[in-house]
Design a protein around this ligand. Structure first.
Ligand code: BV8
Length: 250
C-alpha cells in the first residue's frame, strides 16, 4: 500500500501519538471479532451475556462463554499488528495505547503503556468483597467460581454493557486523545461508547486522525486518512515507509 506524503510526514514528526484498538487488531491472531460474520456475538447476544443481570440470572452460561474465550486466547499469540504498535511505542516521544480489547495480546506483544478500557478477561474478582481471584490459567476451573474469602460469586474483570468504564483509565485515555498530534483508530467498528468518542475528542483538539479498518465506520467520513485493509499488513508497511524500525516477531 502507498501512503500519502502528508500521513508519512505527520507520523514522522508527531510528538505525541494515541492509538485506539478494537477486536479487529486481534482478528489475524485468530480471535473472533464481536460483530463480524463469525463474530462472538453471532453465537451469543451481548444482552444475553456481556451484562451483569445476565450474569446474575445465569452465571453458568456467562462463565461458559468467558471460559471458551479464555481458552481461545491462550491458544493464540500476538500478530504483526500488535508488534508494530510496540515498535511505534519505542519510536514515539509520547505514546498511549488505548484498547477496548480484553484479550491481553498488546501486553503479551510487549506494549507497556496500555489503557484497558473494558478490563482484562484473564482477571476475575468477587462481586461481594471485590477480592481478586487467582489469575485465569488454561487448565483452570471453567464453571462458576466462588470467592475463597467470602463465598461470593466471582466474575470476569471486564466492563459489561451498562457498566461504567474504570474512571481513571478513561480519563487518561481522554487526555491522551486531547493532547496527541496523531490519533489512530484501528480495528474497531466504532459503535461502542464511550470508547468510540475518543477519535472525535482527538479531532476536536486538532489531531490528525487515521482510521485503519477492514470496513468503513461512522468515523470514516470524519477521519483525515482512511486505510482500508488488514491491519496486520497495513500497519507494519506504514511504519516501514515512515522509516520506523520494526521489532519483535513480525
Ligand atoms: C456505559 C467487554 C453507562 C466485555 C465490551 C443502553 C444501556 C446501557 C448502555 C447503553 C445503551 N445504549 C448504548 C449504550 C452505551 C453502550 C454502547 O455503546 N452500546 C453500543 C453497542 C450501542 N456502552 C456501554 O454500555 C458502556 N458503558 O455506557 O455505561 C453508564 C454511565 C453511568 C453509570 C453507569 C453506566 C460499556 C461498554 C463496554 C461493553 N463491553 N466488552 C467482553 O468483551 O466480554 S464491548 C465489546 O465491543 C468489546 O470490548 C469490543 O472491543 C467492543 C467494540 O467492538 P469492536 O472492538 O469495535 O469489535 P467489532 O467486532 O465491533 O469490530 C471489529 C472491527 O474490526 C470491524 O469493523 C471489522 O471490519 C474490523 N476488522 C476485522 N478484522 C480486521 C479488521 N480491521 C483491520 N484488520 C483486520 N484484520
Amino acid at each position: 500500500m502507498t501512503f500519502s506524503e502528508n500521513l508519512i510526514s505527520t507520523l514522522k514528526n508527531a510528538e505525541s501519538i494515541c492509538v485506539l484498538t478494537g477486536a479487529g487488531i486481534s482478528a489475524e491472531s485468530g480471535v473472533p471479532t464481536f460483530r463480524g460474520e463469525e463474530g462472538l456475538w453471532k453465537k451469543f447476544k451481548p444482552e444475553e451475556l456481556a451484562n451483569f443481570d445476565a450474569f446474575i440470572c445465569n452465571p453458568d452460561l456467562v462463565w461458559e462463554w468467558y471460559a471458551y474465550r479464555r481458552r481461545l486466547i491462550h491458544e493464540v499469540k500476538p500478530n504483526p499488528a500488535h508488534y508494530a504498535l510496540v515498535a511505534l511505542e519505542h519510536f514515539a516521544n509520547n505514546f498511549t495505547l488505548v484498547t477496548q480489547n480484553v484479550d491481553n495480546l498488546h501486553r503479551r506483544a510487549g506494549s507497556k503503556n496500555v489503557l484497558e478500557l473494558h478490563g482484562n478477561i484473564e482477571r476475575s474478582y468477587c462481586i461481594q468483597c471485590r477480592a481478586l481471584a487467582p489469575d485465569a490459567v488454561p487448565e483452570g476451573p471453567t464453571g462458576v467460581q466462588r470467592c475463597t474469602k467470602c463465598g461470593g460469586l466471582v466474575r470476569p474483570d471486564v466492563v459489561w454493557f451498562g457498566e461504567m468504564l474504570p474512571l481513571e483509565v478513561f480519563s487518561k485515555a481522554e487526555s491522551a486523545a486531547r493532547q496527541c498530534d496523531i490519533f489512530f483508530s484501528i480495528g474497531t467498528s466504532a459503535v461502542v461508547y464511550p470508547a468510540a468518542s475518543l477519535p472525535y475528542t482527538a479531532l476536536d483538539h486538532g489531531a490528525f486522525v487515521v482510521e485503519m479498518n477492514l470496513e468503513s465506520t461512522d468515523l470514516s467520513s470524519r477521519a483525515h486518512e482512511v486505510l482500508t485493509g488488514k491491519v496486520g499488513e497495513i500497519l507494519p508497511d506504514l511504519l516501514l515507509q515512515a522509516g520506523i524500525q520494526l521489532q519483535g516477531e513480525q
